[in-house]
Design a protein around this ligand. Sequence first.
Ligand SMILES: *[C@@H]1O[C@H](CO)[C@@H](O)[C@H](O)[C@H]1NC(C)=O
Length: 391
Amino acid sequence: MISMWSFVLLLTLLIIPQWRQAMAMADFNVLDFGAKADSRSDSTAALLATWARACGSKIPATMVVPKGTFFVSRALFQGPCNNDLRLFVQGTLVADGGDSSDSEWITFKYVQGLSIYGGTFDGRGQALWACKASRRNCHAGFTALTISQSKDVVLSGMRLMNSEKFQMEITYSQGVKMTGVTIIAPQHSPNTDGIHLHMSSGIAVMSSTIGTGDDCISIGPGVSDVWIEDINCGPGHGISIGSLGDSPGEAGVQNVTATSVVFTGTENGFRVKTWPKPYATYVKDITFEHATMVNVQNPIILDQNYCAGSDHCSKQSSGVKISGVLFNDVQGTSATPVAVKLDCSRSNPCRGIVLQDIRLRYSGGEQSVAQSFCENAQGTTSGFVIPPSCL
Ligand SMILES: *[C@@H]1O[C@H](CO)[C@@H](O)[C@H](O)[C@H]1NC(C)=O
């Protein structure tokens, strides 16, 4: 009996302080560190000072950006932190809207267990796009939100808009989950990909709306284990793997699923794009399914002769091996007659392409029917396939 009671006592003594500590939360509000919601004063230093305190806290900490518009010139938030920090953004962060040489605007680096909720992030890219349109000598532009060399990050309910270049990039990171994200840039803004993934794994993008001037989601070299679900994409260039094979030694892309996507008025639906260059790498184990295409120029496209924005493309055959790509339950309308385009490499034909339950119609006229195009593509079909497959 005595030993049991001392055991209970010991347990109580051990648990209560930890429980109390777990309930304690430290709140750090950027206004207390000098941030000004006047959209003009640079609040960067205040945000970084708040971050330093919240990140250094030994008990769970919350950093709060309240309602209002805060000008932030360029902010790099670095970990590692002493706690699983939560960042609540109720207000709007705006960039300066000038022609800066920065390639990133808001960056989170070396963080683990960070969650970011809400917020509007306005990159104010209009001046840079105007410069690019006038063909003057302009900077390349920045990515509005970058998650770099980080782990176990959650992004929820944020709005990203008008970044000069990519709206968001995830690079050299593992385990990034985002839900309820809204990303907006004008249809003709150059290079404004919604979410770009690079050298990362375990990425989920769910229940989000993305409309930009470039790919809604683009998946670059060295990306694996990606889950994309319940996305509205458009305007933009669709969901793309690539472009790949631009330079030697690129890592491949593997195990990507995109499901329940509505594409509206986009240039592409589901796409894999590789440069016509000999550099070897691979794309494999890809599932593209349950999509509705609304007036999409290329609803299904494997393009191994991708050569955008370059006047002097080599006409070599691509060294990228594409295998195991399933297109399942893809329906709706194509804005061009070729609804299914499988344009693969001469030296590395595509293998294991599966078309299953495809029903695409050309929206261009009553008499016109949709067609398929195949070059160096091997695979199978099942269920109904309209337009008829050329595999
Ligand atoms: C593929 O990726 C998913 C996440 O999207 C993951 O759950 C699954 O384990 C991965 N499959 C393999 C074979 O690695």
